[in-house]
Design a protein around this ligand. Structure first.
Ligand code: TRP
Ligand code: ZN
Length: 507
């Protein structure tokens, strides 16, 4: 029995939850399920046939409209905007590490999907000094969660346009009361970092803050010497200035807003060679207790993990991989290519390696294939938990994996939980999503057999890599590959509160 590994994801969640007592701020949560978006107009200005697909207001015949201030997420109606699709973000920010203050410009390149008289971006807090659209000053008004931008002339459907928002201020962290952790922008002893899932990206840059609108990113961060500014993707240039240095990071693969990050402080970079030409680069605080001249033991087997997951799920999705360790944060987030992980997790012989495997599995599920709505969160967390079991099976053998799975099922059967396919906002990162989500994949494996199951997993990843997927998309692939009607199976596992029995994997 591998008792120490039982219900590891549960422990991670508890570890994350443990930080609520130290929340040193008063920002009210912005993550209420019932919150409607700001008081921005979403109506059409003239007659016509209004076709209202969720989140998008449009009019037959391409009449100009005011883009909706919601993208129509069932759990977070304030998030996202309609009427355009973001292609690229350029964040050009000076970050005062000691003060936790930022100033600069976020430039968004987007395509209009309706003819737009006006459109919204998500942004909370911070002071906006000016906005231009295609280089011309635009009028704007703000609500609690959105900026309504009115360009001088309507933007025609299909046209690419560029919005530049210049702003400054101190981004506020957000307490997620139903999760008990602090998310968003954080300042801690000479370091700043951002962990924005699910809805805190709008606390540090304006954008279409919803996973269904992915985009590439250029992150251009300027910090005072001797600090380092770490972002997602590849560091393409380091530009020395007068007492400051600008670090330019390129994320050329589509990324959701909540996975964009910055980590600043006194960091040491350690490069290693990864498998299949994927460079590994990790960022260790210069005063890290375990020393900053080599990576901690929890990272030792990352190359092997990438190989195992590439064999199991499909090729590693991105150009690089690694972690940025933050002192005194009891959580971890799968920030694309640069996982943010708290030092206490890294140091834990019990949690370290398994959390590292969990966050790596997210590169395939969550980061490359992103949830179409927040209700689809089990496609992130259930799959990453299953990834932990794939790693345990490889590292410790099938019996250790089965013992972990059985222990997880036993622990889930002791108390009631919501169904993972519709957990509701308070349980968005709860045990059902993580553990029963993982059990759902394990049960599917038992149901259709290893060959078809892993073929379906790879087909699902291959089809939706770089984009988004909904639960129905996964079910469709599983049915297609297995050539079976799996309605009853998924109804039982994903949509009924009663936990099904654990099927056994045939020999
Ligand atoms: N996705 C994270 C994980 O499972 C958990 C998480 C959700 C999180 N929201 C967060 C972590 C906000 C830090 C901050 O690995
Ligand atoms: Zn996770």
């Amino acid at each position: 029995m591998s008792a120490p590994r039982l219900a590891v994801a549960l422990v991670v969640v508890l570890a994350l939850a443990g930080c609520s007592s130290e929340a040193p701020f008063s920002t009210p949560s912005t993550a209420q399920p019932s919150t409607t978006s700001g008081a921005l107009p979403t109506t059409t200005p003239s007659a016509g046939t209004v076709t209202s697909t969720p989140g998008e207001t449009s009019i037959a015949g391409g009449m100009p409209i005011v883009g909706s201030s919601s993208i129509g997420d069932p759990y977070f109606p304030a998030l996202g905007s309609g009427g355009f699709d973001v292609d690229h973000y350029l964040l050009d920010l000076y970050i005062d590490v000691d003060e936790g203050w930022i100033s600069g410009t976020t430039t968004i390149t987007a395509d209009a999907t309706s003819t737009l008289l006006a459109f919204s971006l998500d942004l909370i807090g911070l002071e906006v000094s000016s906005i231009t659209v295609d280089g011309l000053p635009a009028d704007f008004t703000r609500s609690d969660t959105d900026i309504l931008i009115e360009p001088g002339l309507p933007i025609p459907t299909g046209e690419r346009f560029v919005v530049a928002v210049t702003y400054e201020g101190s981004p506020e962290p957000v307490l997620v009361p139903w999760f008990g952790l602090v998310s968003g922008w954080q300042n801690r002893s000479g370091a700043t970092f951002v962990v924005a899932e699910p809805d805190a990206a709008r606390g540090w840059f304006p954008g279409n803050d919803h996973p269904s609108d992915k985009a590439t990113f250029t992150l251009r961060y300027t910090v005072d010497d001797p600090y380092l500014a770490i972002g997602n993707g590849v560091l393409t240039s380091t530009l020395p200035g007068d007492g400051v240095t600008t670090y330019v990071w390129e994320m050329d693969d589509p990324m959701t807003t909540y996975l964009a990050t910055v980590v600043t402080g006194n960091y040491v970079r350690i490069d290693r060679e990864g498998p299949g030409g994927v460079p590994l680069r990790d960022f260790i605080p210069a005063d890290f207790e375990g020393g900053a001249d080599e990576v901690p033991a929890a990272f030792d087997r990352v190359g092997e993990m990438i190989e195992v997951f590439s064999d199991t799920f499909g090729p590693y999705p991105f150009d690089v991989y690694g972690h940025a360790i933050v002192d005194g944060y009891p959580g971890a987030l799968e920030t694309q290519t640069t996982v943010i992980i708290g030092s206490s997790i890294v140091d834990s012989p019990f949690l370290g390696e398994i959390v590292v495997a969990h966050e790596l599995a997210h590169m395939w599920f969550g980061d490359s294939v992103s949830p179409a709505t927040w209700q689809d969160i089990w496609l992130n967390e259930g799959f990453a938990t299953f990834g932990e079991w794939v790693w345990i099976e490889h590292a410790d053998g099938p019996e250790a994996m089965l013992a972990t799975v059985e222990g997880t099922h036993a622990s889930m059967s002791r108390t009631p939980h919501p169904a993972p396919g519709d957990p509701g906002v308070p349980e968005l990162f709860g045990d059902s999503v993580y553990l029963r989500g993982g059990l759902t994949l394990h049960a599917l494996r038992a149901e259709v057999g290893d060959d078809l199951f892993f073929e379906a997993l790879r087909a699902y990843y291959g089809r939706f890599a770089g984009g988004t997927a909904a639960t129905a998309d996964f079910i469709a692939v599983a049915e297609e590959v297995s050539n079976r009607d799996l309605t009853a199976f998924f109804d039982a596992w994903l949509y009924s509160t009663e936990l099904p029995d654990l099927p056994t994997i045939p020999e």
